[in-house]
Ligand binder design. Sequence first.
Ligand code: FES
Length: 321
Amino acid sequence: MSTTWTDAVVVARHDTTPRIAVFDLARTDGGELWAYEPGAHIDVQPDASAPVRQYSLCGPPGQHKQYRIAVLNEPASRGGSRAMHALAEGDTLRIAAPRDRFGLAPAARRHLLFAGGIGITPLLSMAQALDATGGDHHLHYCARSRAEAAFAAELAEHPRVTLHFDDAPAPADRLDLPRDLGSPDADTAVYVCGPGGFMDHVLEQAAALGWPTSALHTERFSAGPTDAGEGGPVGGFTVRLASTGAEYPVAEDESVLDVLHAHGVDAAFSCGQGICGECIVRVRAGEPDHRDDVLTDDERAAGLFTPCSSRSHTPTLELDL
Ligand code: FES
């Protein structure tokens, strides 16, 4: 699976909070962009020396001439968001075709969306799509304060949105999952997106309330906690390619993806953190030690695996490569 890129230009930039800039992007040649499903994200590279980063598309559905993304400036990051924040209207960059790893559950009759901070972006796109089709939904949007919440002004009056701010004077205005999520309901899908601490809080509370994992749809913006070392072979393991039988050792401090690339294997990747799904391959033999935040339980059961972040419980793992 290779990434398809196109050259793009910033047609508008709007700083919606002191740290969050919203960019509208179009193709430099004026052509149409790829269609996408609500919740999709794109790879973005602001310049050749900047790292590739993933940003969710958060514009209204059905836009073929422009994509909208919102970028949180994170000074502690490795420079991707800083490079994005250096862009102004008219600047060029490159963007890749959208990937739909975090979509609306088609069988659900009701949708509960929980966004933390910049995690609003994919959920905003989903909520807009549900608004357009009359889907039953409610969006809970949590942020430290109103001043730090992107899109807060346009969402404040929406009847299907509740804003929760950490600095709200009344405790009743803060997120209360027993109240806002409630008891499990077989017709309801729950979507959660945001920073790790927010995700962990919502998912732990959902589990405590009895929600099955099959009802919970998640997207993290950075890799979550892992069970490193639990039951895995001490000192690494061996990865085997099904196509050639070639075997390569994977040391404790290496990823499977690093090893594949070091041996010239053309393995696709993007985020390198187990959150985008670009590197997914199938396991042919062995027991994976999954350490990603992108595969569903069903996909894991079907033998899918992320070589950028996951490891092996068995001494050898054979991949469909
Ligand atoms: S490269 Fe993104 S999940 Fe592996």
